[in-house]
Design a protein around this ligand. Structure first.
Ligand code: SF4
Ligand code: SF4
Length: 115
């Protein structure tokens, strides 16, 4: 299905949408609009984070699941296909680490990281 057709599908009125939608895997999900991270009223979210996600690049299979699940849109794809976290805006929720299928993201306490 082309991107245009996917957009048409999700732009249907509520009545037209199927009550249950089944997907074989996450690649079939319709594209959704996301907002990019910006400064909050009390500063960058990274300022008050307790845990920091650390991606082990060697074991990463570049599946993009962490990127897809991050609720803040702070995981970026590099040119080589690997992923990195924008620590200015990451809030340290740990969802990426929980969802990584290869257990390749470690949540490390900020106070344990050498400055
Ligand atoms: S810890 Fe949370 S906010 Fe930070 S990169 Fe992972 S999913 Fe995104
Ligand atoms: S979810 Fe895990 S294996 Fe997949 S790209 Fe992210 S760090 Fe790599």
């Amino acid at each position: 299905m082309s991107d245009t057709e996917k957009w048409k599908k999700i732009n249907k009125s509520k009545e037209e949408r199927p009550k249950v939608q089944e997907y074989k895997n996450w690649k079939e999900l319709s594209p959704i609009p996301i907002s990019l991270p910006i400064d909050g009223s009390i500063g960058n979210t990274g300022d008050w984070r307790t845990f920091r996600p650390v991606i082990n690049q060697e074991g990463c299979n570049k599946c993009g699941i962490c990127w897809m699940y991050c609720p803040e849109g702070t995981i970026r794809k590099r040119e080589d296909g690997s992923f990195e976290v924008d620590l200015i805006y990451c809030k340290g929720c740990g969802i990426c680490a929980k969802e990584c299928p290869t257990n390749n993201i470690e949540m490390v306490r900020e106070s344990d990281i050498k400055k």
